[in-house]
Design a protein around this ligand. Structure first.
Ligand SMILES: Cc1ncc(COP(=O)(O)O)c(C=O)c1O
Length: 361
């Protein structure tokens, strides 16, 4: 069986050494030493001033919206995972979709201004598969209309744009450390900002709003990361460069194998990006081709993932809007198996089966 992804698990002994210390201390959550250590190590690894580890990426998005006190309409992308839209709706705001650029698959800044109304308070865009949005164009629009910018950078660990971590763009950016991500803490996430004031808000919003044991800054939620999750992060962080290298090599082998196939396209990585190879998405010419490929791969115990599918504007969670590019791409895009332990033999088999499936008419 070849799954779309396999969670990287550190040597059990390394994780057990952390667990032993957690047992000795008897402190397993509520801002323990390992969460603090992970936060400090991440700051230095990513060269980021302010970050807070959280229990997952979805709560990180909700906290970002709360922290910026957003109301009304939030401009967002239909080409993302459902969590992006969920967070907006969960925070009682209205998602207003803007279609994506057909090459990079990130929100198309040329279409944003037409969607701005008096009720618009922010732009929440996703760096798709780790490929950054047009952050300069978005910052310009945000400045002109006094909008806040949040980036859903759930896929972006290790991606850099113009010499900086992708996490450093926007008023607030968030990521996911879910087990499927290239750096993970089993479940987990983080929230990033360049503002000391917002960082302080993020820190109390994740902890019930506490200001000391008996006082409160305001309302909050529970989005704390536990010590056992942070320990997994501390085991995995030293391996992240090796994991990314392995994914890069696997992606390059797929590219080489599929080079001659004219029916396959790839998202264009934005110029100025150091890409993290978080996913290996391929875009077919038609949904029929994609379905033929899936059928062939499933029959051989290989499980790619339709991701992102469906286009979020079609979910019926919000006012219906037509998003032709996102709707078309989401029907034709498939993420192929990619993980640090994938073998050349497995990559070659997946590639061969795709080439065969594309011959079915
Ligand atoms: C683009 C995007 N945003 C948000 C999330 C949610 O992150 P989490 O699973 O940590 O809540 C995901 C998860 O896969 C995602 O892909």
């Amino acid at each position: 069986m070849i799954p779309v992804t396999k969670t990287y698990l550190p040597p059990l002994k390394e994780y057990q050494a952390y667990l032993k210390k957690i047992w000795e201390k008897g402190w397993i959550t509520n801002h323990g030493v390992y969460v603090n250590e992970l936060e400090e190590k991440l700051k230095s690894h990513l060269n980021i001033k302010y970050l807070r580890c959280l229990s997952n990426g979805t709560l990180a998005l909700q906290i970002a919206i709360k922290s910026l006190e957003l109301k009304g309409e939030i401009i967002t992308t239909p080409f993302s995972y459902v969590a992006t839209t969920d967070a907006i709706l969960w925070e009682n705001c209205t998602p207003v979709y803007v279609d994506i650029d057909p090459e990079t698959l990130t929100i198309d800044p040329k279409k944003i201004e037409a969607a701005i109304t008096k009720k618009t308070t922010a732009i929440l865009a996703t760096h798709v598969y780790g490929n950054p949005c047009d952050v300069e164009a978005i910052a310009k629009i945000a400045k002109k209309y006094k909008l806040k910018v949040i980036y859903d950078a759930a896929h972006s660990f290790g991606s850099e744009y113009k010499g900086k971590s992708v996490f450093s763009y926007g008023d607030i950016s968030i990521t996911s450390f879910h087990a499927t991500k290239l750096f993970h803490t089993v479940e987990g996430g983080a929230i990033f900002t360049n503002s000391k004031q917002l960082d302080h808000k993020n820190s109390y919003l994740r902890n019930f709003g506490h200001n000391g044991p008996e006082k409160f800054f305001g309302i909050g939620t529970n989005a704390k990361m536990s010590e056992v999750n942070a320990a997994m992060g501390l085991c995995n962080l030293p391996k992240v460069e090796t994991i990314m290298k392995a994914r890069e090599q696997a992606s390059k082998r797929y590219m080489k194998n599929l080079l001659s196939i004219k029916d396959i396209n790839y998202p264009k990585i934005r110029k100025g990006t150091i890409y993290n190879y978080a996913y290996f998405p391929v875009i077919f010419n038609s949904e029929k081709e994609l379905l033929n490929v899936i059928k062939t791969l499933y029959a051989n115990n290989i499980f790619p993932r339709r991701y992102f599918y469906p286009s979020l504007n079609t979910l019926g969670f919000s006012k219906s809007q037509k998003m032709p590019v996102s709707e078309s791409v989401s029907k034709r895009v498939l993420c192929l198996p990619l993980f640090s332990g994938i073998t050349n033999k497995e990559i070659d088999l997946v590639s061969k089966l795709i080439i065969e499936a594309l011959k079915i008419k």
